[in-house]
Design a protein around this ligand. Structure first.
Ligand SMILES: C[S@@+](CC[C@H](N)C(=O)[O-])C[C@H]1O[C@@H](n2cnc3c(N)ncnc32)[C@H](O)[C@@H]1O
Length: 305
């Protein structure tokens, strides 16, 4: 069943689609779980590969993304579809609840372009909006509350741990100083704090001075790096014999966890780590879709017996 390319905004080019499909090697009738459904770019291609008779489960913790993903898959008729608003760290429990034995699982970590470009989410430093950054806006603490609450050293630690920000100490102190006059409310408030803390002569010319701070705060707000390794091992244990788990990561902290989890699985016997080194996008893909540039793909396959 041919599927038309997705139409209309918001857009997101599925990263390393060819490599993901080749690693998963899906067949008609297979069961596949997309733990990070997003705008269903990958999932649409999965639906095509498992049709007719396959089963697709899509998970996303962002209700808005899940709805767009669901709607974009609505034209797919000859595949059984399930959708779940949840954190993929619950993947093993969700798969069990749906009584599925997946032949393929994808975790495409991080955010999609629609989330980055939406000013109401406060993720991009280039767009003024509320300083929120939560992926699941139904719970948790927005970035503004976190930065108005933490002490300077705690802020510095977050900026260093998740953003490798060398100016974390100065930025932490500046945030605390500024919020004495007025609490941080918007993305521009945070950009201004960074610009006031990092002297012009010390700025990296290749990236905006607030890039690392925004990445680090977003990772902290969403606890994005917590428990990825355990989740990957649990997900791999759900696979059908011969099934494959693929992970796309965009941050060294994510890839490190994937590497360790896959090594442990391979050492335990029963799994084959498909690539010694992670695959990366081709120069051609990076020029078409610059947001793919930091992607790393790893895959692990469960032995047949
Ligand atoms: C890079 S996008 C996925 C894009 C998708 N593969 C596509 O081609 O359209 C990542 C998606 O995963 C979701 N996500 C990130 N972390 C998550 C988590 N811990 N649990 C569930 N969903 C998550 C985000 O909300 C986002 O929609």
């Amino acid at each position: 069943m041919p599927i038309r390319p997705s139409q209309g905004d918001p857009r997101h080019d599925p990263v390393m689609l060819r490599e993901v499909l080749s690693a998963l090697a899906l067949n008609a009738g297979d069961t596949v779980v997309d733990g990070t459904l997003g705008l269903s770019g990958h999932a649409r291609a999965f639906a095509e590969a498992i049709s007719p008779g396959g089963t697709l489960l899509g998970i996303d913790w962002d209700q808005e993304m899940l709805e767009i993903g669901r709607q974009r898959l609505s034209e797919v008729e000859d595949v059984e579809k399930h959708f779940c608003h949840s954190d993929y760290r619950q993947i093993a429990e969700i798969v069990r609840r749906h009584k599925l034995v997946p032949n393929g699982i994808l975790l495409d970590l991080g955010l999609n372009s629609a989330q980055i470009d939406d000013p109401s989410r406060g993720i991009a430093f280039s767009k003024d909006g509320p300083l929120d950054m939560r992926m699941d806006r139904s719970r948790g603490e927005p970035a503004s509350a976190l930065l108005n609450r933490l002490g300077p050293t705690e802020i510095e630690n977050i900026l260093f741990k998740y953003g490798d920000e060398r100016w974390g100490k100065a930025i932490g102190k500046k945030i605390v100083e500024i919020r004495k006059a007025h609490p941080l409310r918007t993305t521009h408030d945070l950009v201004e704090a960074v610009l006031a803390a990092v002297p012009p002569g010390a700025r990296d010319k290749r990236i905006h001075p607030a890039t690392r701070t925004f990445q680090a705060v977003r990772i902290a707000v969403n606890s994005e790096l917590e428990g990825i390794d355990d989740t990957l091992m649990e997900a791999a244990r759900c696979l059908a014999p011969g099934g494959t788990l693929v992970v796309l990561s965009y941050h060294s902290g994510e890839d490190r966890q994937a590497k360790h989890a896959f090594r442990e699985l391979a050492d335990s016997g029963g799994y084959l780590d498909l690539f010694k080194k992670p695959l990366q996008p081709t120069p051609d893909e990076i020029s078409r879709n610059p947001r793919s540039r930091s992607a790393k793909l790893r895959a692990i396959r469960r032995f047949l017996t």
